[in-house]
Design a protein around this ligand. Sequence first.
Ligand code: ADQ
Length: 448
Amino acid sequence: MGRLVVVSNRVPAPRDRQQPAGGLAVALRDALSEGQCLWFGWSGQQISEHEKAERDVSIDHVENVTYATIDLTHAEFDGFYQKYSNAILWPLCHYRAGLMEYNRKDREVYLDVNELFARKLLPLLKPDDLIWIHDYHLFPLGQALRDLGVTSPIGFFLHIPFPPWSLMKALPGGTKLMQNMQAYDVIGLQTEDDARNMNDGFSICGVKARAQVFPIGIDPESFAEQAKAGEDLAEVQRLGESLAGKPLIIGVDRLDYSKGLPERLKGYETFLQRYPEHRGKVVYLQIAPVSRGDVEEYRLLKQGLDEAVGRINGSYGDFDWTPVRYLTHPVPRHLLAGFYRLANVALVTPLRDGMNLVAKEYVAAQDPEDPGVLVLSHFAGAAPEMEDALLVNPHDADEIAEALHKALIMPQAERKARWALLQPDVWRVTAGSWARDFIGTLAKVKRA
Ligand code: ADQ
């Protein structure tokens, strides 16, 4: 098999290269441990317009992996990343066309940066490479590489949902985006729904390409170990003591409108309203670190959440009880694992989500003898694999309230039975199996 070349918008920062802390680096850990690999992408650094001419690829070797990164100018960062990727493609792919802030100039910058990636990557490529491109920032990169004469197998994986064509066609240049997908030999999506949507789009646009399903997972063994070890950590014990016997409901998300946080708070508020017996007797901890804080929509979202939390705590709280504990800074993963294990209920209610790894991490973190209950949105990509969770419609505050009540009073035997049905899939569909399946499929490609 040829060398694996991974391309993603962000490449792990140097400090995260020895011991990856999360995201794609963890998911690819097994795949990157074999043979020589190259990982190419943006450095995370921005440069000024006049530094652009001398910009070069910076190369760093850690064991068998070569990290190759380039800087982006402020204007490229803004048009390519902030605007086109995160204020156009992200909302659209999450079925929120109304939030799209389209501007033709940003599309041009997006295409330019994809071409820049292709030009800078080209000299680093070898003929027998397998190239694996990740996510919506880089839809047209495969075509840009083909235009430069690259003939190696190229695969593309989309981590986020793909909407029906009736929605996607709201994107100016949407048909072109679909046509460019012909450059890929393997196209992977998270769920059957996403693959069907993309394949319908292909047939409507007359594009000869086919999307397949490669659901992503976590590394359940190491996460379970971390969660168990978490029991002995001072911070986890402090959280436990602070609950003074009250059950804990936990929510862990990037602060993003796709995660359904205002709707979730409304669900919790409805729960306190409708089930007064739980007032003063339960704690909801929401960890929601700010992300993309300089996109307007995300600022407004945070403002709304700050207000909702204040309102709930003000109206339902008491001098010795705070109904919602709310953090907008990240929590290190080893603590998070311990927190999950301590939590009686996880509330994972995205309005749309490619997969949602928090749901899988929560299941992996449980004590099999006394597991907690997962309340999960139908609209998480993980839902079809996790039907033994309490599935809810995140738009229905009453349904969230009822599920919370049900979870909190659920007998241990039912909790164990549900967990025992959820656990096998979390152990079967892992980060490792995802990468192996995708790369294995790509390696079988023979280009005409
Ligand atoms: P995300 O939208 O980031 O990923 P998710 O799948 O939930 O969503 O992954 C988040 C990861 O970050 C998890 O490992 C989680 O533990 C961690 N995390 C989240 N909040 C955190 C916090 N407050 N502190 C510390 N860590 C936190 C995108 C897609 C998803 C898809 C993944 C992988 O949007 O749908 O599942 O990629 O393909």
